[in-house]
Structure formats: structure tokens, C-alpha cells
Design a protein. Structure first.
Length: 101
């Protein structure tokens, strides 16, 4: 199946503690169906000190399920993603506006 959300997309969170907040996707794990969004779903990770890094309580962005994310269209609203052929290329487009993403 083609990827509806990709790295670098601006998304809005639909459910959870960060509902309504926007951010950009920094990484996607398609096999797990999750994505990491910068600055959202932050958890505190306790890390042990090593020679290369300082230990302590470090905030880290945790993965969010792809079903809980929606891409943001040109109007700033959440939208679903569709696919169509533009010439001989398959492209993603926003269902609300019809614009190619």
C-alpha cells in the first residue's frame, strides 16, 4: 500500500493528549503503523550517563499511530489523502481541496 503520510509532512493530531496540535513528521515506521512527530507526544526517558552523553531525564518524542494523524491542507484544516495519476505519475492529493500534496 502506498504511504499516505511521509517524512516532512505537516500533520495535526486527531486524538490523545496532544489533540489539535500540529507538527512535522520526523520519521515513519510503516510496518508498525506509527510516526514520530517533532514536539508532540513527549515522554521523559531516564538515561544512564556514558562517556559520550550526559545522563538524566531527557524529553523524547514517542511514536503516534498513523490513524491518529491527518495531513494539513492549504487552508490549515485536517484532510484525508487520496491518490490519482497526474500524467504518468501517481501523486497524493488533499480530498478537501483537490490540491496535489
Amino acid at each position: 500500500m502506498a504511504a499516505k503520510l511521509k517524512k516532512g509532512d505537516t500533520v495535526v493530531v486527531l486524538t490523545g493528549k496532544d489533540k489539535g496540535k500540529q507538527g512535522t513528521i520526523s520519521s515513519v515506521n510503516p510496518s508498525a503503523g506509527k510516526a514520530v512527530v517533532d514536539g508532540l507526544n513527549i515522554a521523559i526517558r531516564h538515561t544512564k550517563q556514558s562517556q559520550t552523553s550526559q545522563g538524566g531525564r531527557i524529553p523524547q518524542a514517542m511514536p503516534i499511530a498513523l490513524s491518529n494523524l491527518a495531513i494539513v491542507d492549504a487552508n490549515g484544516k485536517a484532510t484525508r489523502v487520496g491518490f490519482k495519476t497526474d500524467g504518468d505519475k501517481k501523486v497524493r492529493y488533499a480530498k478537501t481541496t483537490g490540491d496535489v500534496i
